[in-house]
Ligand binder design. Structure first.
Ligand code: NI
Length: 139
């Protein structure tokens, strides 16, 4: 949302059950207002749809892996070099003697990004892998 964008007020009719579920999340997740929770849910849905549409999207692949797994670091790097996806940036952190954490920010088609995430996530020695789906839309 841009700063100059005006806020529109809408009234939504909900069943008691749905409102109860909404308020549970509102309290549990520490939102400042119901509106902010609803805005976040709508944004999440729009990003999901954008990924389903197959157009260009952005994502962040977060992985942690064992630095001492033979050949793994090279395999991860080679996979990034051999992809059609635009790798915008990678950040590597040496967590301790054994463990590395890496974030790979990518831009491309959803299915290509998901394939890259599955490929890297499935490598022997990769302990954690999570793809965060993001959007280039102004939401
Ligand atoms: Ni490292």
């Amino acid at each position: 949302m841009t700063e100059t964008e005006e806020i529109a007020r809408v009234t939504v009719s909900l069943s008691e059950g749905l409102l109860h579920e909404l308020d549970k999340r509102f309290v549990d997740q520490g939102y400042a207002s119901r509106s902010e929770l609803v805005r976040d849910m709508i944004r999440e849905k729009l990003v999901e749809e954008q990924w389903a549409d197959g157009g260009e999207v952005v994502g962040v692949l977060t992985i942690s892996y064992d630095h001492h797994q033979r050949g793994l670091t090279e395999k991860i790097t080679d996979t990034q070099h051999n992809t059609y996806i635009n790798i915008l940036c990678t950040t590597h952190v040496h967590l301790d003697h054994h463990h590395c954490l890496e974030t790979i920010i990518v831009r491309g088609k959803p299915n290509e990004i998901e394939q890259l995430a599955t490929k890297i996530g499935g490598m022997r020695g990769v302990r954690f892998s999570k793809l965060t789906r993001a959007s280039m839309l102004e939401l």
